[in-house]
Design a protein around this ligand. Structure first.
Ligand code: UD1
Length: 327
């Protein structure tokens, strides 16, 4: 029997890759998205589409009434800086939106949910690599919303038997290796899409936020993970819930650190473009380095990052961005 999955936020950058992977594996998919961060270009003909907001409770009800074997929930606002100046927006969209989803899921007997959590819930690293036992102390309101949602999921598991997987993403990067996802992120703030915009002339230069960190070249070091590897983990997490009927919290990172300068150097080589940079002051809330331990995901899900080398991440992004070159 074909499994029916509702992907909320399925038109976004990570969501569309998750949908692509589910379709490739033979799942029947319906995307629910308000297209605020996502875009129509990221939709696939094989998947159903409902254009609506998770704050629109009647619409969630109407959609879930059809019955689904599971939900993958990626719909959220994710700009950490903005969350510090407009916390209300983040509280309502991320937290209230998820409560709506859980209430509707309970109403229609949908008992499995995969949730996009984030390494932002850990805050300033106390030790590295960061495993799932690391204390949670978010530095920004965005991270706080993700942590609160994880706690909500634990309560709904205990009280309503809704099983969940909270996937704590580190830094997602890259694009579908077959070039089937082509939507660009709107007003990106994350490193690789910004570097790509500079490479194709959509932006004048990359601002490097500090080169006096305690890292091998002074610039921020992060754990980048290819979005296809992330997408794969969603499907494995879904299968895990089916098999074991147990909830799960796991980190998803590549365990490979890359600095800002290394990213720029590699991007120059791969794209053959100049990529001008200017070193400016540190960005508030940034930390020197963030490295994941993904041992638990490997053990419990049998997951392994396969495309998370820096060349593949940059090259697959460039395949999409190079169409936008402006001389
Ligand atoms: C950011 C968020 C984090 C969120 C994650 C995924 C902050 C402080 N953190 O993580 O909460 O979960 O995105 O959306 O916003 N950099 C530059 N110039 C730029 C952009 C980035 O130098 O124009 C540097 C940063 O200082 C950092 C590295 O590149 O050292 C990666 O930055 P970014 O892609 O924004 O990710 P995070 O800060 O790790």
């Amino acid at each position: 029997m074909v499994m029916k999955i509702l992907v909320i936020g399925g038109a976004g950058y990570i969501g569309s890759h998750v949908v692509r992977t589910l379709l490739d594996k033979g799942y029947a998919v319906t995307v629910f998205d308000n297209l605020s961060g996502g875009c129509k270009e990221n939709l696939f003909d094989e998947a159903g589409f409902v254009e609506a907001d998770i704050l629109n409770f009647p619409y969630l009800f109407k959609t879930m009434k059809d019955g689904f074997d599971g939900i993958i929930h990626l719909a959220a606002l994710k700009a950490a800086g903005e969350s510090m100046v407009e916390p209300e927006k983040y509280a309502i969209n991320n937290i209230t939106g998820t409560i709506n989803i859980l209430c509707a899921a309970w109403e229609f007997g949908i008992k499995r949910i995969i949730f996009s959590s984030s390494a932002a819930i850990y805050g300033e690293p106390q030790y590295q690599p960061i495993d799932e036992e690391h204390p949670t102390n978010p530095e920004n309101f965005y991270g706080f919303t993700k942590l609160e949602i994880e706690k909500m999921l634990q309560w709904f598991d205990r009280l309503r038997g809704i099983k969940f997987s909270a996937l704590r993403y580190f830094n997602a990067a890259g694009y579908d290796l077959k070039g089937r996802v082509r939507g660009l992120e709107k007003n990106p703030e994350n490193l690789l899409p910004v570097v790509m915009e500079v490479a194709c002339g959509m932006r004048e230069k990359l601002l490097i936020f500090g080169d006096d960190y305690d890292t091998r070249d002074g610039t921020g070091l992060r754990d980048y993970i290819h979005v296809e590897d992330l997408a794969e983990a969603h499907v494995l997490a879904l299968e895990h819930i089916y098999k074991t009927d147990e909830s799960l919290i796991v980190n998803l990172g590549s365990e490979n650190g890359v600095t800002v300068k290394e990213m720029v150097e590699k991007a120059r080589k791969i794209t053959g473009r100049k990529i001008p940079v200017e070193v400016v002051g540190r960005r508030e809330g940034d930390t020197a380095s963030v490295l994941a331990s993904s041992e638990y995901a490997k053990k419990i899900l049998g997951w392994k990052p396969r495309h998370s080398d820096i060349d593949t991440m940059i090259a697959s992004s460039w395949e999409v961005y190079k169409d936008k070159i402006k001389e």
